[in-house]
Design a protein around this ligand. Structure first.
Ligand code: MRU
Length: 344
């Protein structure tokens, strides 16, 4: 991966500003939880696992200077901070997974003095990063087994190192396949409105020396029809028990097209992206983002100024369109309502 996406450094959260990539590589330092909340909301840090990591570190930021004299008070502040961070983006379950984990560790240590709880929380947030690194490598190894030398893969949005602490999810599989000596080519959807595919995925793949072709989202059908695509690999933001999975808007249409063209459709995601309390995708909250993201391209107005806009950031791919989920704990195939139970 070209850069370290997010880390804890000298009492602050340092992250690469993904809104400026690939033209500008700039790191920002979040010294308080409000700045971090804004970084999540504005997609300076983005991608399901990276948002989870930001959430964990955000809790530490929120309480590190707390003057709470009792652990009960400190734990109240932890919960308040977690609640605040939870309001930044609704869809990727990794954020809520990380926040719950931080709250639980605080509660489990409620008998200790506040200064110790603070240390334990920092340790836990760093553990979340470490856990993500290991998951990325494990997913990559398992997923690479699905790729044959000579394959051409289509991907959507950015499910690479920038979306995680390490290798990425879907892109990690491709990096690993390349490392194993397999010859692969990748088509990357540009991914309107914010162009994560064109800006971030192309940048990451090209950095690794992978043969990369960027296409506009509306070209995917004809590229598949022309027989150019062997497999599709994408990430996921929240997966329900029946395999319904939210991912970047446009993923659902790719899955429908894949079915029609008989192309295997794989979703690569760590266990922290599964929300198995949800029986189906019906109740996955879908984030709606500001209209100007659609009215503009890279800051330049492309529609009439007040054009009415609909801007859902994610869609839900029905589980029946998914060939398999690649996770750090194995590859899961249909029927998902049965196979995914192993993850509960
Ligand atoms: O809005 P974003 O850029 O945060 O959306 C990201 C995606 O949809 C990714 O595909 C998903 O988080 C999986 S990344 C490992």
């Amino acid at each position: 991966m070209p850069v370290e996406t997010i880390k804890w450094e000298r009492g602050a959260v340092k992250l690469i500003d993904q809104t400026l990539l690939p033209h500008k590589v700039k790191f920002i330092t979040c010294r308080d939880v409000r700045t971090l909340w804004r970084a999540i909301r504005t997609l300076q840090v983005r991608g399901a696992p990276a948002i989870g990591i930001a959430g964990g570190l955000g809790v530490v930021l929120g309480i590190k200077d707390s003057r709470a004299g009792t652990s009960r008070k400190l734990i109240q502040e932890v919960k308040k901070t977690a609640g605040y961070l939870a309001s930044s983006r609704p869809t990727a379950v990794n954020l809520f997974w990380a926040l719950e984990r931080m709250e639980k560790v605080a509660e489990d240590n409620s008998k200790r003095p506040p200064y110790e709880i603070k240390k334990i929380l920092l340790k836990e947030a760093l553990r979340i990063i470490d856990h993500d690194k290991k998951s990325c490598r494990a997913m990559a190894r398992r997923g690479a087994g699905l790729i044959r030398s000579g394959d051409t893969v289509l991907t959507h949005c950015n499910a690479g190192g920038l979306a995680t602490a390490d290798y990425g999810t879907a892109l990690g599989v491709l990096f690993e396949a390349k490392k194993q000596g397999k010859k692969i080519k990748v088509y990357a959807d540009e991914t309107r409105p914010l162009l994560q595919g064109a800006r971030l995925t192309a940048w990451e793949l090209m950095h690794e020396g992978i043969d990369t072709t960027v296409i506009c989202d509306n070209m995917a059908a004809s590229v598949m029809a022309s027989g150019k695509i062997d497999k599709i690999f994408v990430g996921a933001d929240r997966i329900a028990l029946n395999g319904d999975a939210a991912n970047k808007i446009g993923t659902y249409s790719l899955a429908v097209l894949a079915k029609y063209h008989r192309i295997p459709f794989y979703m690569v995601a760590p266990v922290s992206s599964f929300d198995l309390r949800l029986k189906s995708g019906k109740n996955i909250p879908i984030e709606e983002r500001p209209a100007d993201e659609v009215r503009t391209v890279l800051g330049k107005q492309v529609t009439p100024k007040k054009a009415k806009v609909y801007n859902p950031a994610f869609d839900v791919t029905p589980g029946e369109l998914v060939t398999a989920f690649v996770t750090e704990r194995g590859i899961f195939r249909p029927p998902f309502a049965r196979s995914l139970r192993k993850l509960t």
